[in-house]
Ligand binder design. Structure first.
Ligand code: SF4
Length: 187
């Protein structure tokens, strides 16, 4: 429960142990130095859940977002939101990372990368993303086929098996649980 994950290891972890929803948030942030509010909530709480400290989280978001944003603006509103999510500001509530049920029913607006990719991408975009994540043609068909039938969590479980090269049956109902199962498998 108290495992701390240094922010320096996030790029590597995102490729190995993040579910696709969080991997895409991470890549979008790294590439565009921006994430809309809903994506920042979804991804920020996930990072908190895997053990990124508040200090590391602030450093990470500041480094990325201030590539495009005035540091004062970051300090005034964005940093506040991060502290708020860690229960250090405002209501002082320690906010819980989102479950799959919550991520799946998120409203995804144009240009945003929050939500569950197995739901919000059309088939051809999803297949491109899966190919970019290193899946071969047959596996892409399997995963995208499940998504097409609206079996998002089964598609995610299949993605887990393929990317971990395992036949172990996994049930995916929480992105943070996905991460823990991945870490367990990899020892
Ligand atoms: Fe993320 Fe859950 Fe969708 Fe997998 S099924 S991509 S963990 S929201």
């Amino acid at each position: 429960k108290d495992v701390k994950v240094p922010i320096e290891s996030i790029d590597q972890l995102s490729k190995k142990s993040f579910p696709l929803c969080m991997r895409l948030c991470h890549e979008h942030l790294r590439t565009n130095h921006h994430l809309k509010y809903d994506g920042r909530m979804q991804y920020g709480l996930f990072l908190k859940g895997i053990g990124v400290t508040l200090e590391d989280a602030i450093r990470f978001w500041r480094e990325e977002l201030t590539k495009k944003m005035d540091p004062e603006k970051f300090a005034k509103s964005y940093q506040y939101n991060i502290e708020h999510n860690y229960g250090k500001k405002g209501s002082l509530k320690d906010y819980a990372p989102y479950s799959c049920a919550k991520v799946i029913q998120e409203n995804v607006v144009q240009g945003s990368v929050n939500g569950c990719p197995f739901k919000y991408y059309d088939q051809s975009t999803l297949k491109q993303k899966l190919a970019a994540a290193g899946l071969g043609t047959a596996h892409i068909q399997d995963v995208a086929g499940l998504a097409a039938k609206h079996h998002y969590q089964l598609a995610c479980a299949k993605y887990f098996q393929v990317t971990h090269d395992t036949n172990v049956e996994v049930a995916i109902n929480h992105p943070n649980h996905y991460y823990l199962q991945s870490q367990e498998l990899m020892g």
